[in-house]
Design a protein around this ligand. Sequence first.
Ligand SMILES: *[C@@H]1O[C@H](CO)[C@@H](O)[C@H](O)[C@H]1NC(C)=O
Ligand SMILES: *[C@@H]1O[C@H](CO)[C@@H](O)[C@H](O)[C@H]1NC(C)=O
Ligand SMILES: *[C@@H]1O[C@H](CO)[C@@H](O)[C@H](O)[C@H]1NC(C)=O
Ligand SMILES: *[C@@H]1O[C@H](CO)[C@@H](O)[C@H](O)[C@H]1NC(C)=O
Length: 212
Amino acid sequence: MKHSTIQSTSLVALLSSLTGLATAQDYTSSEPFTLQLSSSYSDVDGSFLGACHAGAAIEELCVTGTDGTPAEYNTFALNTSSADASDSDLIYDTGILVWTLPASNINVSEGLIFPANLATNVVAPLFEPGSNGADVVGFDDDNLLFIYSNYVDDKNFTAGVYPAPVEPYPLYQWYACYTYYGAYYYQTLAWVTGGEPNNPTCEAVNVTRIFI
Ligand SMILES: *[C@@H]1O[C@H](CO)[C@@H](O)[C@H](O)[C@H]1NC(C)=O
Ligand SMILES: *[C@@H]1O[C@H](CO)[C@@H](O)[C@H](O)[C@H]1NC(C)=O
Ligand SMILES: *[C@@H]1O[C@H](CO)[C@@H](O)[C@H](O)[C@H]1NC(C)=O
Ligand SMILES: *[C@@H]1O[C@H](CO)[C@@H](O)[C@H](O)[C@H]1NC(C)=O
């Protein structure tokens, strides 16, 4: 597992300025937790997720094996903001999943982004510095990671009939897949936007939060 400390001073300067930009939104950080997979696929069942290097200050969420001893690379938090919490319709707290990248002279808080790829329905989320573009996720009563559905549900559209709003409900479209990002090829957490995964290595999983 690579989660190397960044040495380059110019990169640290860049990170500092990026982190400065991200202070626009006020977040409350949850207590730290690890993330464990459950699955009917025995090769990933019980494995923990860990941040793994996928570029300069970019990490994916790699499948790391069943040793969940809390460490810097496998400890995360949920950053909630008053903006997200003000939606009182929603049952569960939502926010951005964050991981702290230890660099040489600075700890960089990074938010999880789901970069849509128009060529596949398999999206491997990435941590990047700050909260710009970070996507909102939640945890349900069973501590399962989810993403809320939209206020209108296109699964239910009828041609020409303006859709009625629906109460967002949790979606659990998580998979462990071998994913390719910027020349890195790892078994990572992925989100499948709908239907069967494009990628045949994908194995359906759920992700449970365990406070440390
Ligand atoms: C980064 O965080 C770790 C763990 O909380 C802490 O021990 C360390 O002093 C921090 N480093 C800096 C540069 O703030
Ligand atoms: C998460 O919240 C903490 C506490 O407010 C903040 O220091 C950190 O920058 C936030 N992380 C991101 C990625 O916004
Ligand atoms: C979809 O439409 C059906 C029939 O109108 C309704 O029973 C169901 O609740 C709708 N589902 C969602 C998610 O809106
Ligand atoms: C994940 O959890 C949800 C909610 O309990 C459940 O509906 C779904 O079947 C689970 N998926 C897997 C792969 O276990």
